[in-house]
Design a protein around this ligand. Structure first.
Ligand code: COA
Length: 254
């Protein structure tokens, strides 16, 4: 790799890289706004989580439901939140009645909200994020009722949006990601090129097998099945079973 004396364009970019590299009041402000609407909300939201997120078991769940609900978006029910759940931009997170979130999951909202329908379960270590630095309102993550977001699964929106129906089962370690970086400029790292997302729409009663990847711009019809390991880069018809890389129709359900 060649070295250059010119400053790299990264130095001007307001990115995670810049605020980690050079701490200053301005970069501290960027850090805070990536996690809450403003400093006041950051202190309240993270203060509440410092007090309550460590408490194990049912007592912790009751305490967190009482303490967090007023901080969540309007219309939230009482959620069941295990210990060590991380919530950022809590006022952009609406959790329907009896939503369950397991340990070490992170819900990270932004101007683009996260709305999980009643009875939805987010399993251990799942990463549900509508935070990107150029997030757009209305392009977050919305699920219907009784969905299942599996262990270590990633849902990533903020541009485009992920819109999921009812009773959708997403198995462990799957990735549903709206976004792409531009990558055509070879004098810039991909990380420093514009990021944009396209919507993903998933119907009701869909089963997404483990290690599947669903890419931006895709619509998956009701009752479709995505086989384990499938990479979906094109629309899937209702009742189709698809698999492979890229995913192709394996069979159709009656
Ligand atoms: C798709 C799946 C449901 C099997 O469905 P099935 O109706 O029993 O399908 P079959 O095993 O009869 O296979 C039908 C065809 O699909 C292929 N196929 C099955 N699973 C596949 C996969 N994951 N990727 C690619 N092709 C696959 C088979 O090789 C077969 O191809 P062929 O007709 O050329 O021989 C299953 O393979 C699968 O991927 N399950 C997901 C498991 C999972 O993630 N569990 C987590 C619990 S929530």
């Amino acid at each position: 790799m060649t070295q250059t004396a010119e400053p790299h364009p990264n130095e001007k970019k307001e990115s995670l890289r810049s605020y980690v590299a050079s701490a200053s009041p301005a970069t501290a402000g960027l850090y805070i706004r990536s996690r809450a609407r403003n400093l006041g909300r950051y202190l309240v939201e993270q203060g509440a989580q410092s007090l309550f997120s460590w408490i194990p078991g049912p007592i912790g769940m009751v305490a967190r439901a009482a303490a967090y609900r007023p901080l969540l978006a309007g219309g939230s029910g009482s959620p069941f939140l295990e210990a060590d759940v991380e919530l950022f931009h809590m006022d952009g997170i609406r959790l329907g009645r009896s939503v369950y979130v397991d340990r070490f999951a992170r819900l990270h909202a932004s101007a683009a909200r996260i709305e999980l329908g009643a009875g939805t379960r987010v399993m251990r270590g799942a990463y549900v994020s509508s935070y990107v630095s150029n997030a757009r309102a209305g392009e977050g993550i919305v699920t219907g009722e009784n969905c299942w977001i599996g262990v270590d699964t990633v849902l990533s929106a903020g541009q485009g949006g992920i819109f999921i129906g009812d009773n959708v089962l997403i198995a462990a370690q799957s990735v549903v990601v709206c976004g792409n970086h531009d990558f055509a400029k070879v004098d810039l790292a991909t990380l420093d090129q514009p990021y944009y997302g396209r919507p993903i729409r998933i119907g009701s009663n869909v089963w997404i097998g483990t290690h599947a990847v669903i890419l931006g711009g895709v619509t998956i019809g009701d009752h479709a099945v995505i086989a384990a390991g499938g990479i979906v880069n094109a629309d899937v018809e209702p009742y189709a079973v698809v698999g492979g890389v890229p995913a192709r129709v394996l069979k159709r359900l009656e």
